[in-house]
Design a protein around this ligand. Sequence first.
Ligand code: SAM
Length: 391
Amino acid sequence: MPRHRRAAKKSHASFKHEGAFEGRVRDLTSDGRGVVSHPDGRTFFVPGVWLDEVAEIRVVGRHGKVGLGQVITLKKADPQRREAPCRHHGDSSDHCGGCPWMFMPYEAQSAAKVRRLKSTIQGLGDSTTQLDALLVAPDELGYRNRAQLKTDGSKLGYVAAGTRTLIDVTACPILSASNREVLAHLRKALPNPTWRARKQDWQTIDLDDNLEEPSLNKRLPFRQGNTQQNAVMREWLAQTIASISPDAPVLELFAGSGNFTEVLATHFKTVVAVEGDQQALQQLSHVAPDRIQAHALNLFSLPAVEAWISEQEGIRALVLDPPREGLKVRAPFLGALKELETVIYVACDIATWARDCKDFLAKGFRLARVTPLDLFPQTPHLEVLSVLTRA
Ligand SMILES: C[S@@+](CC[C@H](N)C(=O)[O-])C[C@H]1O[C@@H](n2cnc3c(N)ncnc32)[C@H](O)[C@@H]1O
């Protein structure tokens, strides 16, 4: 074992707060932090730094085997750095943690997203994969059609990254114009004793620019958070399915309230749509009811999926848009859908998407096409639109 790896292994057990070190950012994590090696070989995650920057870093803790650091001074800053267009941006516990990449221009953020995706695709080992250009967001600010605010009755805002600290947010530039207005209106009610949290640290208020009046602790069913980019995704889906025969039923997993189901129903004669959330299913049942068979199912329950999938016949196309966990229970689909020819996988988490793709590739599929799309500028999030076909 190399010397630095031995040293790193030995020191995990006694990892404690221990001063500072200088290091270069060698990578960026999926949540946007810099990855920096300590001179003794240990890996640290550090917020607020960019690739190739050099910083003096204070050791502030650990998470598992990884050290947590905070920048004391930047020794070599990226020349593209900018003043973040938000007064609440920053990486300490006094700042909102919602937009960790806001200190870099949008072009640099986009390049970093594509870089990570490219390296993931290389790891999948299908040299025939077509990687399309990033579908960039038309607006890097003012795009969020919904957001969850938190309040303890005296503050109203978001939580600082990795903490339970509520940050009072006076303005949020990534919110859509109507959500910004609602935030300003809600803030006029502060302090508000009826919003005071009782057992928990805070209560929640979900903003949604389709809602007249937000209410306390009312969880809304899923909706894609960027209206303009959702329209682009729907258009991509319509174009992608156009070459598939409409006669065989298409299976859609994690259908939500029917955002993609509606597009599928314009082409396929039968859409078998599966979703676990009752409220979403209710909305889904109003979308093209003559073509859609909606099913309530917990797709993370192996016995439930096994029993259900064995009754499905003639499925040639699968469309899925899972939450971050990906297609956690996938063996029954891989085993039972013998006639499956096309998988259209829309992913919000690159790591679980790659894990699931590996299993499809092992079953004789190829990763034909990948189209990255930016749903959330100022964050490391990347939406991956992909097509796998039976080789
Ligand atoms: C990323 S959203 C996609 C929704 C839809 N495609 C859209 O564009 O609005 C994921 C969906 O998966 C559903 N979901 C999450 N976990 C689930 C589970 N274990 N079983 C079934 N559905 C689940 C959520 O309710 C949510 O509607």
